[in-house]
Design a protein around this ligand. Structure first.
Ligand SMILES: [Zn+2]
Length: 122
């Protein structure tokens, strides 16, 4: 199965709708700190639309045991979560939140979506 780092627009849209057009980090980790945009400004509100990767990015989460055939997991709904730039790649005191919390993100996805979801047609 060929995995691509490019996320089809329809899948991005479906993940954003599922996650309420908001970073999921505060729902997973109450101590995750402030969500921030690409410029480091705090995100105070979440308009219900896609404002672009400057505000919301997609994080690919591999399933346990998935072979590292590619750098990214297959871009399907159950492999993707919405994160603000701060929680996706922003460096904070202890490191990058997404990297430190991959297991928690995976568990959150499994709890929220225990059954395989039908993939959105790209
Ligand atoms: Zn965030």
């Amino acid at each position: 199965m060929a995995a691509s780092s490019r996320i089809p627009p329809k899948i991005r849209a479906a993940v954003l709708v599922r996650d309420g057009f908001a970073c999921v980090a505060p729902r997973i980790d109450g101590q995750c700190g402030q969500c921030r945009d690409l410029w480091g400004h705090p995100i105070m509100r979440w308009p219900q639309r896609d404002r672009g990767p400057e505000f919301l990015q997609m994080s690919h989460e591999k399933e346990d045991g998935e072979l590292s055939m590619s750098l990214k997991a297959t871009p399907t709904l159950q492999h993707l979560v919405t994160l603000c730039p701060q929680h996706h790649t922003g460096a904070v005191a202890g490191g990058v939140w997404e990297v430190q919390n991959r297991d928690r993100i995976r568990r959150w996805l499994l709890e929220k979506y225990p059954a395989p979801l039908k993939d959105v047609e790209a």
